[in-house]
Structure formats: C-alpha cells, structure tokens
Ligand binder design. Structure first.
Ligand SMILES: Cc1cc2nc3c(=O)[nH]c(=O)nc-3n(C[C@H](O)[C@H](O)[C@H](O)COP(=O)(O)OP(=O)(O)OC[C@H]3O[C@@H](n4cnc5c(N)ncnc54)[C@H](O)[C@@H]3O)c2cc1C
Length: 382
C-alpha cells in the first residue's frame, strides 16, 4: 500500500480550504438560521472542480475516491450539514447515473451535474422500508411510452433543492423479492410530485424532504440501469458512497475534536487550564489515537477502491468506526464547553447532532455489522 498522497491532491485540498474560507465560512451562520443552502454554492463548487470530476484535456474524469474523501473530510470539519448536501450530489445522485446510466443519460446529466447546474438526489427510503430495502412499496406500472409511479419516499436529502431524483419502485410485483424493483430518473418538477421539507435538527442546513408521487409519468428513456435490478443498483450506490460518508464523518469527529481541544487549552477552571487536568489530557490522547486509526482505515479503503480492489469490507468497517468515534467525540467536545454548547448558534452544537445523523446515511451501525460479519465469514471460507 502506498501511503504517499499525490501532490496534486494536496494542492486541490489547499485550494478547497481557501475556497471554503471565502465561500462557506462567512455564510454559515445565515445558512444555518435559514436552513437552506443557496443553489449558487453548487455552481461555485462545480466551477472550481469540487463536484467529483476533473477536467482531463477537455473531457470529464471522475476523481479518485481518495481525492474526494480528502475534500469531504475537510468540509466535515466545518459543516457536516453542507457536507452531506455536497456528498448527495456527488456520491449518490451523480454517482448513480455514472454507475448505471446509459451513454445518452450520462451525456445528458453528468456534465451539468459536474458543474452544479443540475442537482440530483436518491429517493429510496419509505415509511415501511429503510434498512430492509427490498421491502419497499412504491410502484411503477408500465404504460405506453413509459411508466407511472406511485408512492412515498420519506427521507430524501436534497429532495427539495434537487432537479431530479433516482427513485426506486416495484416494477415486477410477481418477481422474486430481489428482482421486483427498478430505478427511475424522476423530474421533481413533474406533475404528481409533492415535496414537503421536514423540520429536522441534524445536518443543518441541508434539506430532508418527503417526496410523494401520485401517477407520475416517467418516459422509457429515464429507466436507469436494468429493469428488475433497482435493488442491487441502489445498494451498489450506497456501497460506493459509504467511503465518502465515512470521510465526512471523520471530518465531523475531527472538527469536534479541534473545537474541544482549542477551548480546553484556553478555559481556566480551579486555577488551571482544562486541558491540564490529566483526566482531560488522557481523553484527548485517546481520541487523537483513534482518529489516526480511523483515518488510516479510510485511506486503506480509498486505496482499495482506487486500485480496483474489493472495498466492501473496508467501507463498512470505516463507516462503523467513524460513526462511533464521531458520536463519542461530539459529546466530549460539547461537554468541554459546558452550558454554552446547548445554544443552537454555538459552533460546537452541531457536532453531536450531525454525528447522530451520520449513523443513518448509507446504513445504520447494525447494517454495517451485518455486512462486516458477512464479508468476514466469506474471507473465513464460508
Ligand atoms: C438525516 C437523514 C438523511 C437521509 N437521507 C436519505 C436519502 O437521501 N435517501 C434515502 O433514500 N434515505 C435517506 N435517509 C433514510 C435512511 O437511509 C434510513 O433512515 C436508514 O436506512 C434506516 O432506515 P429506517 O429509518 O427505516 O430504520 P429501520 O430500518 O426501521 O431500523 C430501525 C432500527 O433497527 C435496526 N436494524 C435494522 N435491521 C437490523 C438487523 N438486521 N439486525 C439488527 N438491527 C437492525 C437499525 O439499525 C435501527 O436501529 C436519511 C435519513 C436521515 C435521518
């Protein structure tokens, strides 16, 4: 394994830090109180090639996941809520089209998505189907020239801001459980769509939206991938995005840690700095060591993916580790600020809340354990 991070990635990371200090940091407070990310921010990200693609002699080239993860971790240290909105655009919506779209669909969607002009999300979860994806109940009935979709997608990140959603629905009710579902590109301004933003308290200022579909017509050309393979396709998208959501969650943990440490170095109690109490310095050392271990697990998984290897086990391990760590560090950091941490506007307030949310994207902690166990047993010859 190569531990060397290419200079080009470090240069892009430096450019990204400078971009965020100009285009994100000054706006965070107003975006948090409004609960909205302005669309032009995606355009600015795209213009600077921060939406998952490099320009390779005039053609678009998907960035290696290592580069995407370095950027995502950085964004997570400042705003996991903005981070998740960017992640959905790159790693769910656009990635879904990249993995399963045909040439016409890719040509139509990827260039504007890479520029942040078209926003894409994924609507899979339903009131009665979350972890158990195969049990979903939205339907797609075949009609002349297309499909008619009915159902409710209950929790869709970027569902309000996006132009299109990749929607899963049962197209073959009588087929075996894992072959009943197909995936469709749905225009969110189409007739029959109702979007309701939910009043959530995590991952602010991204939107979490309920999308209701009532007799929504989707033309044949907007079936994504193979009919009857929507279940496998959506899981494959989640498997891929598990790496970048781990990077985002590592950033959440690292951002909370830095906030807590900076405060503990400044705050005096009982005549000494908080960090000089040995109990606190030991906690800081423990978290620092675990952050480094989680970062190494992430880098190894990126390396596996970028070198064409099997990254399934690594992606679930790193998701599991980073969520656990972000949850612990988020509360630790908030505790260090005492009462001030409960106030919405306080910079540390978001971290425990966003660490909580991170467990739900791309599979809960239990789902990661199911995958880790399955992959572990495969390697053990079962
Ligand atoms: C902030 C946020 C953003 C989201 N964004 C999106 C999005 O963009 N698109 C989208 O489609 N969905 C999205 N979701 C939904 C998310 O994917 C689901 O919440 C998640 O998959 C869990 O499903 P559920 O909420 O139905 O919980 P359930 O599946 O009902 O799980 C309930 C509990 O049972 C446990 N459990 C489940 N299976 C097992 C098992 N086999 N063994 C032991 N325990 C188990 C779970 O770990 C959990 O603790 C989002 C959710 C949140 C909170």
């Amino acid at each position: 394994m190569d531990f060397h991070i290419p200079t080009e990635y470090i240069d892009d990371l430096d450019r990204f830090k400078s971009f965020l200090s100009k285009r994100l940091t000054p706006n965070i407070s107003s975006w948090y109180s409004e609960g909205k990310i302005p669309r032009h921010f995606f355009g600015e990200l795209g213009e600077e090639r921060f939406l998952g693609f490099d320009n390779d002699n005039g053609s678009l080239k998907e960035q290696p996941v290592l580069k995407q993860s370095l950027l995502m971790e950085q964004l997570g240290t400042i705003s996991p809520g903005v981070g998740v909105a960017v992640l959905v655009q790159i790693s769910l919506g656009t990635k879904g089209v990249l993995l399963f779209g045909n040439e016409e669909q890719k040509g139509r969607l990827i260039p504007p998505a890479s520029r942040g002009e078209v926003l894409l999300c994924v609507g899979n979860t339903e009131p009665s189907a979350g972890s158990d994806v195969a049990s979903l109940g939205a339907t797609a009935a075949k009609v002349d020239g297309g499909w008619v979709l009915d159902g409710t997608k209950s929790y869709v990140t970027n569902g309000y801001i996006s132009d299109y959603a990749l929607i899963t629905a049962v197209s073959d009710a009588d087929a075996p459980r894992n072959n009943r579902i197909s995936m469709f590109l749905v225009d969110l301004s189409a007739e029959g769509i109702t979007r309701t933003p939910l009043n959530k308290k995590v991952w602010i200022p991204s939107d979490l939206t309920r999308i209701q579909l009532r007799k929504v017509f989707v033309p044949d050309r907007d079936l994504i991938g193979e009919k009857g393979r929507g279940f496998q396709q959506v899981l494959e998208i989640f498997t891929n995005s598990r790496i970048t959501i781990s990077a985002l969650t590592l950033g959440t943990a690292a951002g909370a840690f830095q906030n807590g440490l900076d405060h503990a170095k400044k705050r005096s109690i009982f005549g000494q700095k908080v960090i000089d109490f040995q109990a606190k310095s030991f906690e800081a050392a423990d978290f620092y060591a675990r952050l480094e271990a989680a970062r190494l697990a992430l880098l190894k998984t990126c390396w596996e993916k970028d070198s064409g290897g099997d990254f399934r086990l690594g992606a679930s391990i790193v998701k599991y580790l980073t969520v656990d760590l972000a949850r612990e560090i988020g509360i630790w950091a908030a505790d260090l600020f005492g009462a001030a941490s409960v106030v919405f506007d306080h910079p540390v307030h978001k971290f425990p809340m966003d660490a909580w949310a991170a467990s739900l994207g791309e599979g809960t902690q239990d789902v990661q354990k199911l995958i880790i166990f399955r992959e572990m047993m495969k390697r053990d010859g079962h």
